[in-house]
Design a protein around this ligand. Structure first.
Ligand code: WQD
Length: 331
């Protein structure tokens, strides 16, 4: 298939590009490079021998996106592109609504105009909001008490996709709700390398390990969890991408929704200890107050993807730590 990856030079997108090329698909990337580097294209070539077609385009530039689709002939779009810093979204809601929502609408208008009928959307566990639950199934309510504009944009885009799938009965939509992606490609050539100040735990741990940040601040140890620190469902990025490949096989008209997680939770302190074990070095940290909007425990119930996509996460957190350290050692 000919596949367009929006946000394809980013952390998840670049790993998806590698896997799709390895499977023989014709991959093109559309990215504005606001949170990734163009050198990723060479890394993808180094791993696969193929350099994906690249369009340095902002989804807000409707005419430029139309141009990409005019020559495109795509069979499938995987929509990774989006701003994703939770804290920044609270400070700059208009930036997030414009970028994530308007960008998606432009993308969907171009898909409709050029007859592209398949889209996989990179959604997030954040759409489940703060409902008091800790383990989430796809049937649970979404859009309720989401604590930040970033998460709200993911929810709103899910709704836009549902409505577009009603308006166009040929449209095939898969919504994949990511829990917490970590790890790196086994080659050490690709990994999580955000341009912005990272929000997420592992990129921050990596910066502490590199000495770029003095210490990890652990946001709260008074949650109702195994050791008081936040518990999340960390999934290896390669497992996450394989979830996309499994979903491609099952696409059909209408909307499918799947959690992509391991079904297991790990606390911040446990992540620190595993990183120290993997690196052989102490990781300096300080326990500070809770971060606004954080939940105590967020874990996927991943049974539906197992049952319907015949997919489960195979890699462990130790695998992810090893791959992350390998990436660190080469970058
Ligand atoms: C994980 C745990 C923090 C940093 C968000 C989005 C989600 C997805 C991933 C983009 C929490 C703790 C973190 C730090 C800490 N979005 N932590 N000190 O908040 O689960 O999910 O990012 O990819 O949609 O909602 O991920 O990595 O920010 O935090 O103690 O410096 O680590 O409190 O318990 P989160 P995270």
């Amino acid at each position: 298939m000919k596949v367009l990856l929006t946000g394809g030079t980013g952390f998840i997108g670049s790993h998806a590009a590698v896997r799709l090329i390895e499977l023989g698909h014709d991959v093109e990337i559309l990215d504005n490079l606001v949170n990734s580097k163009v050198e990723v294209l060479d890394k993808i070539k180094e791993i696969t021998g193929v350099k994906p077609g690249f369009h340095q385009v902002d989804l807000l530039d409707y005419e430029a996106v139309r141009e990409v689709f005019k020559d495109g002939g795509y069979d499938l779009v995987i929509h990774f592109a989006g701003l994703k810093a939770v804290g920044e979204s609270v400070e700059k809601p208009l930036l997030y609504y414009e970028n994530n929502i308007e960008g998606t609408i432009n993308l969907l208008k171009c898909m409709r105009e050029s007859g592209v009928k398949k889209i996989i959307f990179s959604s997030s566990a954040t759409v489940y909001g703060d409902t008091g639950e800790t383990k989430f199934t796809e049937e649970m309510p979404v859009g309720v008490k989401i604590s930040n504009p970033y998460g709200k944009t993911k929810y709103m885009i899910e709704e836009i996709l549902r409505d577009e799938a009603v308006a166009d009965e040929d449209l095939e939509v898969v919504i994949l709700r990511y829990f917490n992606p970590i790890g790196a490609h086994e080659s050490g050539l690709l990994g999580e390398d955000p341009n912005d100040i990272p929000n997420n735990l592992m990129p921050i741990i990596m910066k502490v390990a590199r000495g770029e940040i003095k210490e990890l601040k652990i946001y709260g140890d008074d949650y109702e969890t195994v050791d008081g620190t936040g518990v999340r469902d960390y999934i290896h990025v390669v497992d996450l991408v394989d979830g996309h490949l499994a979903a491609i096989k099952k696409m059909k008209p209408g909307v499918l929704v799947y959690n992509l997680g391991t079904g297991r939770g790990t606390s911040v302190l446990e992540m620190v200890k595993m990183f120290e074990k993997a690196s052989g070095e102490k990781l300096p940290y300080e326990i500070v107050g809770r971060r606004e909007g954080d939940l105590g425990e967020v874990i996927a119930n991943a049974d539906k993807a197992k049952k319907e996509l015949d997919w489960t996460a195979l890699r462990t957190i130790e695998d992810a730590m090893r791959d992350t350290l390998n990436y660190l050692s080469q970058n």
